[in-house]
Design a protein around this ligand. Structure first.
Ligand code: SF4
Length: 494
């Protein structure tokens, strides 16, 4: 089926919770640099789309990366993104950077900003990723919005709609400390923080059966995290921790299914009452993960009534020593108690997140992951355990931004040890992210303007492996030989 037809079908299946007018003069195409299914499951993307459409002079249409090699078109009117007045991207993961290049290329837009003329739409980027390291993308993007979109987007739109040249608009935008315009660089940038989120939309306005989480309203229960684990980028860049209070029938519509978005959902004291209300209304809900120490019988019962089938927890490291070291203070006993309580409440599926390659990690910590999961699998033979092992990426702005990354060979061998020891048990299935892809993620989160440009262009033409080979020396400098590197991201105060 051709992409245009496919988009029409997806559009017809969408349910709008609020009418939106698309007849306004200034047109922005807002893209999520991944496929429709993933993009529509991003609450940040959905909220930015709603915010952009609030401006009386602006219509914002969505677009995604087509699954085939075709030109990206907007969902709402299936028009070319090149014909729009401006193009925005909402970016949540470094691995999607390459998809921005694919989208621009398929839309026949020059990849490098300096090669675009006055007729090419201005291209800007927002989203969580801009607070980690926007500099790696700076040669492809006209400007970046740093931080929360609420409040500032309206000001950005007021400049975009003016009858000025692209350059005049960029100059005006560069006057804000929260906007990074690569053409008009400054010494420092700040992130924009909305202290009180209560006046703003907290939920998605479009539901679709074609989204990753199915036909669900996503809503935000909190932004940031109050825990401050040393390794965690989300916890550091989204400070301060802000609680929200969605109320069904008031600022949250009544629906049959909800996806609750927040770093540690039950750290919001109000969330338990809200989950109660959801199940009393006969609806179901899902949660990303639950903090081990907040698990109790009452919450487990609510999760069961809310139709949650899997208990997902994140011990992160295999031993108490390493957990303490990385700021995730959690005893083995807490993990065993949480699983025991969940099992007694009838849960049989457990997903546990771990990281390998953490600073201070020893062989004992790898054995610790194996021991922990083996004990659980023997104690609960009727349960199914999925330990998910990610490779640690030392992200900018965290307490470990100065730490070298563990190398690919070492990560691979640790992963092999874990897989070999655990996959022989029938009720364990190790899931993992390839260390090679974690390395790509690390490069993109730490690259400066020139390495970001060169590495991405090479990867776009020839693939990640070739790009890694071509720029090996420069990559080693940002990943392993860190004392000699200058951190480009220190210009950004988060
Ligand atoms: S790892 Fe989880 S609990 Fe820790 S700071 Fe990050 S989001 Fe918060």
């Amino acid at each position: 089926m051709i992409y245009r037809e496919k988009l029409k079908i997806m559009r017809e299946a969408e349910n709008y919770l609020q009418p939106i007018s698309y007849n306004k003069e200034y047109k922005i195409a807002l893209g999520f640099p991944n496929i429709y299914k993933i993009g529509m499951a991003s609450l940040g993307f959905q909220i930015v789309w709603a915010l952009l459409n609030q401006n009386p002079k602006v219509s914002c249409e969505r677009f995604f990366l087509p699954e085939d090699e075709t030109e990206p078109l907007t969902v709402e009117s299936q028009r070319s993104i090149k014909s729009m007045s401006a193009i925005a991207f909402c970016v949540a993961f470094e691995m999607d950077y390459i998809n921005i290049l694919k989208i621009l290329s398929r839309a026949k837009i020059p990849l490098l900003r300096q090669e675009r003329d006055e007729d090419t739409p201005l291209i800007f980027v927002g989203g969580a990723i801009t607070l980690i390291n926007p500099f790696a993308l700076s040669e492809f993007v006209d400007f970046f919005i740093l931080g929360d979109g609420e409040e500032i987007l309206d000001w950005v739109e007021s400049i975009l709609v003016r009858d000025n040249s692209k350059d005049q608009k960029l100059k005006l935008l560069s006057e804000s400390p929260y906007i990074y315009v690569p053409k008009y660089p400054k010494d420092f940038y700040q992130k924009h923080i909305v202290k009180d989120l209560s006046p703003y939309l907290c939920h998605s306005l479009i539901t679709t059966p074609y989204g990753e989480f199915g036909d669900t309203i996503l809503f935000e229960i909190s932004r940031g995290c109050g825990r401050g684990c040393r390794f965690c980028a989300a916890g550091h860049i989204q400070k301060p921790f802000r609680l929200r209070k969605p109320i069904i029938g008031e600022n949250l519509p009544l629906y049959h299914s909800y996806g609750i978005v927040g770093a540690a959902v039950f750290d919001n004291p109000y969330s338990k009452d809200l989950c109660k209300k959801i199940v009393e209304e006969g609806a179901k809900f899902s949660l990303s993960s639950i903090r081990l120490e907040t698990i109790d019988e009452e919450k487990l019962l609510l999760m069961k009534r809310g139709n949650i089938k899997t208990v997902t927890i994140a011990p992160e490291a295999g031993t108490e020593r390493l957990r303490e070291f990385i700021g995730k203070k959690c005893q083995d006993e807490t993990i065993f108690n949480a699983i025991d309580l969940s099992y007694n409440e009838g849960f049989r599926k457990f997903k546990l997140y771990f990281m390998i390659g953490l600073p201070g990690e020893t062989e004992e910590d790898i054995k610790g992951i194996i021991n922990l999961i083996t004990i659980l699998s023997v104690k609960y033979p009727k349960a199914h355990f999925t330990p998910s092992c990610g490779s640690f990426v030392p992200k900018p702005h965290t307490r470990y931004e100065n730490c070298p990354m563990d190398n690919e060979k070492s990560l691979k061998s640790k992963l092999d040890i874990i897989k070999k020891a655990l996959n022989k048990h029938k009720n364990i299935e190790v899931s993992f992210e390839s260390p090679r892809m974690a390395k790509v993620q690390a490069i993109l989160s730490r690259a400066d303007e020139t390495l970001g440009r060169d590495y991405l262009l090479w990867a776009f033409e020839k693939g990640w492996t070739e790009a890694g080979r071509e720029y090996r020396e420069r990559i080693d400098k940002v990943l392993y030989d860190i004392e000699k590197s200058e951190f480009v991201w220190s210009k950004l105060k988060v």
